[in-house]
Design a protein around this ligand. Structure first.
Ligand code: C5P
Length: 213
């Protein structure tokens, strides 16, 4: 991957409700950080845009950008996208954020609370509309009909590769994945560490890059 610029998103996003509470999800960021480490070790120039995680920044990584919310992640990706050859969207971005951020702590009352949520931008979908030379890789973490849902995302987001996996692997050091390419050929990979999977995924990326030469 020498001479290639890779942009990777990882981690979860945090959507603040008030100074104390937020909406988020269980993603650990391990898959994205493993991809960033493997890409650095394969000679790529890597930019990692990460939501909150407990992980340490990969060794030798040149550009690390820390963000919290989906909107912040969108802005940073949008700035970096045109300058990269490959975009791997591995972050578990919150689909919704509270419509209104309350500057003061919301006080409880005896009645129920209804909170209005608004849609966050789909970062990968928006980048697919701006795609020029970039190779796009997405992830689909699903609880059911994993392959069918992944294929829908591959098509909707105009991806070159989608990595389908079971959402139950969130937070784990290992996973089972299926790498599906836009020509619908696929590779199934049985239980492995996320760092080994990162090499398998990047191997498919390299094969796709070869085809565009
Ligand atoms: O959330 P969803 O299952 O649609 O995620 C599929 C892909 O889209 C993932 O690669 C994820 O990182 C990306 N995504 C994104 N911005 C969102 C939602 C998802 O980039 N708001």
């Amino acid at each position: 991957l020498k001479g290639k610029k890779i942009l990777i998103t990882s981690g979860r996003t945090k959507e603040n409700i008030d100074p104390i509470r937020y909406l988020s999800n269980n993603s650990s960021g391990k898959m994205g950080y493993s991809l960033a480490q493997a890409a650095v070790d394969l000679g790529a120039e890597v930019t990692l845009i990460s939501g909150p995680t407990d992980l340490k920044v990969p060794n030798g990584l040149e550009n690390f950008i820390s963000v919290e919310s989906a909107l912040e992640m969108y802005e940073k990706v949008d700035e970096c996208f045109k300058n990269n050859d490959i975009f791997i969207a591995c972050a578990a971005v919150a689909d919704y954020r509270p419509k209104e951020y309350k500057k003061e702590k919301i006080k409880k009352s005896d009645s129920d609370l209804v909170m209005e949520l608004v849609r966050n931008p789909d970062i990968l979908l928006e980048m697919s509309k701006k795609k020029e030379k970039q190779l796009l890789v997405g992830f689909a973490a699903e609880t059911n009909e994993i392959r069918e849902n992944a294929l829908k995302k591959l098509e909707k987001k105009n991806l070159d590769i989608i990595v389908a996996n079971n959402a139950s692997a969130m937070g784990s050091d290992e996973n089972v994945i299926e790498i599906i390419k836009k020509d619908r050929t696929s590779v199934e990979i049985s239980q492995k560490s996320k760092i080994e999977l990162a090499y398998d995924i990047l191997n498919e990326v390299i094969c796709e890059l070869e085809k565009t030469k």
